[in-house]
Design a binder for this molecule. Structure first.
Ligand SMILES: O=C(O)CCC(=O)C(=O)O
Length: 260
């Protein structure tokens, strides 16, 4: 499932980069939808699409995201089921993924910095393989040059000690690393890793899709039963609670296909 090098890299850094895993026509369509949906008022979004970044607890200049985009167009369902990405998600969830969020984020040069944060501490090695209880697959729809975008404290997912308070997302290596990517690359990281994002610098908006998974139970917010007909059976099943020892059909199907 993971190569020896991927297994080592993820354990060492807390993230993995998959290069060029999304077809160009899907990237174009997701950007088109991102431009359309991000231009709408919250009340105009086609339900169950919503934007939890638009409530008053967030800064108005936060890099806004739109949630539940998998219900908005099949292109986001294709991204969820992307075999290269699922190969890693299945490995890191011990073959037990529950999809808890699909969010399409837009960063502008006026969007706020995203300071270091981390969620959960559920990371470890079991039977010689790394696993993570809360994983984020962040696919970039645009080229993100060096100096802007995703940053992290590599290795911080092990959480043996808390990092110092005065670290900045603008600090450099070896403590802070910035991860430049191209359109169609996916950075898969454990949310236990301290991560954030530097201010966007380019003339075009930065669009990213963040698909999040847990390996036990469910999130509660998904699936959206009322909108069940807008997603495929496989996506619906991926949104069901993860129960150890009960493998989902969609996982079996992807594993079988990866074997051939
Ligand atoms: O924009 C990024 O690359 C980081 C996003 C982030 O911090 C998050 O999804 O929690």
């Amino acid at each position: 499932m993971l190569t020896d090098e991927e297994r080592w890299f993820f354990d060492h850094h807390g993230f993995l980069i998959l290069h060029n895993v999304v077809p160009e026509e899907d990237i174009e369509l997701m950007i088109e939808l991102g431009n359309r949906w991000h231009a709408l008022e919250l009340s105009e979004l086609p339900p169950p699409l919503t934007s939890t970044s638009r409530n008053s607890s967030h800064s108005p200049t936060i890099a806004h995201w739109i949630n539940n985009v998998q219900y908005g167009d099949a292109v986001f369902q294709r991204l969820v089921l992307n075999a290269e990405i699922m190969r890693v998600i299945i490995a890191l969830t011990r073959a037990n993924p529950c999809l808890v969020d699909c969010a399409l984020t837009k960063n502008l040069t006026t969007s706020d910095d995203i300071n270091f944060h981390a969620s959960g501490q559920d990371y470890g090695i079991e039977n010689g393989m790394p696993y993570a209880g809360f994983i984020n697959a962040g696919t970039s729809l645009v080229n993100v040059p060096e100096g802007t975008g995703f940053v992290c404290l590599p290795g911080s997912h092990k959480r043996n000690y808390e990092p110092p308070d005065d670290l900045s997302i603008y600090d450099g290596p070896p403590t802070v690393i910035n991860v430049p990517v191209n359109a169609g690359d996916c950075v898969i990281f454990t949310e236990a890793l301290f991560h954030g994002a530097r201010r966007w610098t380019e003339t075009y908006p930065r669009f990213s899709v963040f698909n999040r998974y847990i390996d036990k139970g469910s999130h509660g917010g998904l699936p959206k039963e009322e909108y069940r007909d807008l997603i495929s059976d496989e996506i619906y099943e991926l949104e069901q609670p993860a129960v150890q020892g009960r493998q989902k059909q969609v996982v079996k199907r992807i594993l079988n296909e990866l074997k051939t």
